[in-house]
Design a protein around this ligand. Structure first.
Ligand code: ADP
Length: 720
C-alpha cells in the first residue's frame, strides 16, 4: 500500500499539497523533501502522511528526501498555529522557519594538523608552531599568527610533511555554556525573584512570568540566573532570549558570553547566511543551547526549549508589520505553551496587555522596585518650551544646554534622545510653499545631510537635494524644517566644539558590528555626547551616562493612535532610565510644550502605576485592548475606484457575529504609497471572540481583483 504525503511549501499557498511517497522512501512528518511544483523542484516539509485510498488520480511523486535535519514536531505545530492566528498561508511562517535551512552552507574550513612526523630542523619558531597546532585546529594563517611566526614557517612544515592541510566540515562549534561559573551575587529582591523563577522552572511545564523591574534593577542578572538554572536542570535544555533590536542583541550576547564563558547562537537579519545556517543546524541538533536573537528566532527548530525570555517585552519592534504579520511576544507565549516551556517577559514598562495578564493572575508577577546597589533612579525635570524656548533655528533649550555643560565639566556623558532619523523631517520651498514628498506617496521626504539626499522613510525612495524648487523653480528657496538627530548633532557641535559627539541611528549604525563598536565606545567613555534615536535609548548600560535630554518629548503623542500615550511613556521612561545607572546620580530633562499632559506628569513623578491605572480605565471603558481585541484589514490598489468598489463589497460580506464591530472602510492615514491607494477596516471584538476565525471567514467570502492586495493584521500596532 502506498502512502500520500502532504507537503507544505515555504510560499504563500493556501494549503499543503499531496504527493505520492515513492516506494522505500519511508518518510516521516517533519522531513524536508524536494517536491515538484510545475517544472521546478521545491523544498518543502512533510506535514502529514496517510494511506492512499485506491482509485484516486495518480499524484506526482516526491523527488527525494533531503539530507537535512527534519523540522521538529513542535516547530511544525507552532508554524501552523501561527498561520491560523495571523490568518495567513502556513507557507509564510514556514518560510521563516526554514530561513536558516535554506541558507548556503559555510565553506569547509582549511586547517593545519600535525601528521606525526617530526621536523628535521626544530628551530624555536617551528617549535612554537607545533605547540600552537596542538590546540584547537587553526587555519595556516591563524596558526602563524598564534605562534607569532611568518606564514613561511608554517608552509615549510607543510612542505616537509610535518603538518598537513585538511578540510574540516564547518560543523558548528558552539561553546557549551559553563554552568559552574558563578553569576553576580544577587541582592535580596533579585534573589527572591530568581528563587521564584527557579521554582517555576522546577515545576516544569508551561508557565509565564512577568519580571517587572525599574531600569537598572538587574533584570538581566536575574534572568541570566534563570537561564543557568534551566540549562543545569537538563543537559538537553535550550534557552531562547529574544530582544526587540539588533543593537540590543549585541549587548546581551556580551553579557551571556561573560556569564557562561562562551558565545551563544546569534540570530537576526544582520547575521550572514552561512552563519545562520550554522545556528539553525546546531539548534536542530541540540548543540546550540542558548540563542540570543530578534523576533524570527522564535521559529528556530528547537528540540529542547525550556525557557523563552522576552526582554523589553513592551517594545513595539516585536511586531513584524510586513510579509507575515505577527507579534513575537504574543507568539513567544504560544511557543512556550506548545513546548511546555517557561516564558519570562521582562520590562521596566510592561505593556498594558501583559500587565493585565499579571493583574488577573494568568502570569506570575515579580517586581524589582529599586535599582541595584547605590544607584538611584534619575531626577526627572520637565522643561516647558513655552517658557524656556531654544534660540531660533535651535532645538536645545537653555536649561538643557546648561545641564550638558555641567555634565561635560564633570567628565560625564549626555544622551540626547530624539526619535527622528536624518537632518530635518520636512523640506519646503519658502517661495511657493511646496512640501517635498516622494513620488506617488503621501509622506514627506526627510533631509539627510550625511548622504546629501532627501529620503522617503516609508518606501526607501531617495534623490539628491535639488538646487531649485521642483515646483516653482525658485533658486535656493528650499528650507529644512524641524530637527532630526543629525541637526541636533550639528547644534551640539556648535555649542560644545571640544566635546566628542556621535550619532546613533539606523543610518549611522547599519550592522551589528557597528552597533557593538559604538555601544562599547560609549561604555568606555570615549564619547561625551551621544545623539540617538530609539536604537540606543533602550536597554543599554552606560556607567558614565548621567544626563538624558529628551529633545521632543511630545513627538510620540502626536500620532494619536490607541497606544500613543502608552508608547510615549514607555519610550521616555526607557530613555530617561539610561541616566545614573551606576554610582553617579542621573538627571533627565524632558523638553515639552505640554507639561500638564498625563504622560509628562507621570514621568516626572515616576509614578508608572498611576499612569497605568488611568490608561487601563480608559481602555476598559472603550473596550479596547487589553479589554477587547482588534484586527485590521489593509487593502491597496493602483486604481482608486476599483479599490473603493472592492472595499464596499467586502463591507457587505462582513459576517455578523455577536461581540464584533466592523468600522470602515476608510482611507488609511497613509492613503497613497508607491502609487497605490490604501484603505482600511478596523474590527473590534470582545475578548472571548475567536477573532482569527472571524477574519478567516470574512476573508474567504471575498475575492479581491488581481491588482488589489489584501492584508490582515491581528492585534495591530500600526494604524497608518
Ligand atoms: P536591567 O536589566 O534591570 O536594566 P541590569 O541587569 O542591566 O538591569 O543591571 C544594571 C546594572 O547593575 C548592570 O551594570 C549590572 O551589571 C549591575 N547589577 C545588577 N545587579 C547586580 C548584582 N547583583 N551584582 C552586581 N552588579 C549588578
Amino acid at each position: 500500500m502506498s502512502r500520500i504525503a502532504s507537503v507544505l511549501l515555504p510560499m504563500p499557498l493556501p494549503e499543503a499539497f499531496d504527493y505520492a511517497e515513492p516506494d522505500g522512501m519511508a518518510l516521516a512528518v517533519g522531513d524536508q523533501v524536494a517536491a515538484p511544483l510545475g517544472p521546478r523542484l521545491m523544498r518543502g516539509v512533510v506535514v502529514a502522511l496517510r494511506e492512499a485510498a485506491g482509485g484516486n488520480r495518480p499524484l506526482k511523486p516526491i523527488d527525494r528526501r533531503l539530507d537535512e535535519p527534519p523540522l521538529p514536531a513542535n516547530t511544525l505545530e507552532f508554524v501552523q498555529w501561527a498561520a491560523r492566528y495571523a490568518v495567513d498561508a502556513p507557507g509564510q511562517p514556514l518560510a521563516i522557519a526554514l530561513r536558516g535551512a535554506r541558507a548556503p552552507r559555510p565553506k569547509p574550513a582549511r586547517v593545519a594538523r600535525r601528521t606525526g612526523a617530526e621536523p628535521g630542523r626544530p628551530t624555536p619558531a617551528r617549535r612554537r608552531v607545533l605547540e600552537a597546532a596542538a590546540g584547537r585546529p587553526l587555519s595556516p594563517a591563524d596558526l602563524a599568527r598564534a605562534a607569532g611566526v611568518s606564514s613561511g614557517v608554517v608552509k615549510g612544515l607543510v612542505d616537509e610533511g610535518v603538518l598537513e592541510i585538511v578540510e574540516l566540515a564547518a560543523e558548528a562549534r558552539f561553546d557549551q555554556p559553563d554552568l559552574t561559573r558563578p553569576g553576580s551575587e544577587l541582592n535580596p529582591s533579585q534573589a527572591a525573584a530568581a528563587g521564584l523563577l527557579n521554582e517555576m522552572l522546577d515545576e516544569g511545564g508551561f508557565n509565564v512570568a512577568l519580571l517587572d523591574g525599574v531600569t537598572g534593577s538587574g533584570k538581566t542578572e536575574v534572568y541570566l540566573e534563570a537561564v543557568a538554572h534551566a540549562l543545569a536542570a537538563d543537559p538537553a535544555a535550550q534557552v531562547l532570549i529574544l530582544l526587540p533590536e539588533i543593537a540590543l542583541t549585541q549587548a546581551v550576547i556580551g553579557r551571556v558570553a561573560a556569564r557562561f564563558g562562551g558565545q551563544p547562537g546569534e540570530w537576526h537579519s544582520g547575521v550572514a547566511p552561512p552563519a545562520r545556517r550554522r545556528v539553525w543546524e546546531a539548534v536542530a541538533a541540540g548543540r546550540c543551547r542558548i540563542v540570543v536573537g530578534a523576533r524570527s528566532a522564535l521559529f528556530l527548530p528547537f528540540t529542547g526549549l525550556r525557557l523563552i525570555v522576552v526582554d523589553e517585552e513592551h517594545d513595539g519592534s516585536f511586531k513584524q508589520e510586513e510579509g507575515f504579520i505577527y507579534h513575537a511576544r504574543d507568539l513567544a507565549v504560544v511557543r512556550g505553551k506548545i513546548e511546555s516551556a517557561a516564558v519570562l517577559l521582562a520590562s521596566a514598562t510592561p505593556s498594558l496587555e501583559t500587565l493585565r495578564n499579571a493583574e488577573t493572575g494568568r502570569y506570575r508577577w515579580l517586581r524589582l522596585s529599586a535599582r541595584h546597589g547605590t544607584a538611584q533612579l534619575p531626577e526627572i525635570e520637565l522643561v516647558d518650551l513655552r517658557q524656556s524656548p531654544p534660540p531660533p533655528q535651535s532645538w536645545l533649550s537653555p536649561p538643557l544646554v546648561e545641564a550638558m555643560r555641567e555634565t561635560l565639566a564633570r567628565g560625564e556623558q549626555t544622551l540626547l534622545f530624539l526619535n527622528r532619523r536624518g537632518y530635518a523631517p520636512l523640506v519646503l520651498c519658502k517661495a511657493c510653499g511646496e512640501r517635498m514628498t516622494a513620488p506617488d506617496t503621501d509622506s514627506w521626504l526627510v533631509e539627510h545631510r550625511y548622504s546629501g539626499r532627501l529620503v522617503c522613510h516609508l518606501t526607501g525612495f531617495s534623490m539628491p537635494k535639488p538646487e531649485r524648487c521642483p515646483h516653482c523653480g525658485a533658486q535656493e528657496s528650499l528650507v529644512s524644517i524641524g530637527p532630526g538627530v543629525e541637526r541636533v548633532e550639528e547644534e551640539a557641535r556648535q555649542l560644545f566644539p571640544e566635546a566628542r559627539i556621535a550619532v546613533f541611528s539606523s543610518d549611522t549604525v547599519f550592522d551589528a558590528r557597528e552597533a557593538r563598536r559604538l555601544v562599547e565606545a560609549m561604555a568606555e567613555g570615549e564619547i561625551d555626547i551621544l545623539v540617538a534615536t530609539q536604537a540606543a535609548a533602550k536597554g543599554h548600560n552606560f556607567p558614565r551616562l548621567t544626563l538624558v535630554g529628551v529633545v521632543d518629548a511630545d513627538l510620540g503623542l502626536r500620532g494619536g493612535d490607541l497606544r500613543a500615550a502608552e508608547r510615549t511613556f514607555q519610550l521616555l521612561a526607557q530613555a530617561t532610565g539610561r541616566a545614573g545607572r551606576h554610582d553617579r546620580p542621573g538627571r533627565a530633562l524632558l523638553q515639552t510644550y505640554a507639561p500638564e499632559h498625563a504622560v509628562m506628569q507621570a514621568l516626572q513623578a515616576q509614578d508608572r502605576d498611576a499612569f497605568v491605572a488611568a490608561e487601563m480605565e480608559e481602555r476598559e471603558f472603550a473596550k479596547l485592548p487589553p479589554f477587547g481585541r482588534l484586527a485590521a484589514v489593509i487593502a491597496s490598489g493602483p486604481d482608486g475606484a476599483q479599490l473603493e468598489a472592492f472595499m464596499r463589497e467586502m463591507a457587505r460580506a462582513a459576517p455578523n457575529a455577536a461581540g464584533v464591530e466592523v468600522y470602515g472602510p476608510a482611507d488609511a492615514p497613509l492613503s497613497l504609497v508607491r502609487g497605490r491607494r490604501r484603505k482600511r477596516f478596523l474590527v473590534r471584538a470582545d475578548r472571548g471572540v475567536d477573532l482569527s476565525a472571524y477574519m478567516a471567514t470574512w476573508r474567504a467570502r471575498v475575492k479581491p481583483p488581481n491588482a488589489v492586495r489584501l492584508a490582515i493584521d491581528i492585534d495591530p500596532y500600526s494604524f497608518l
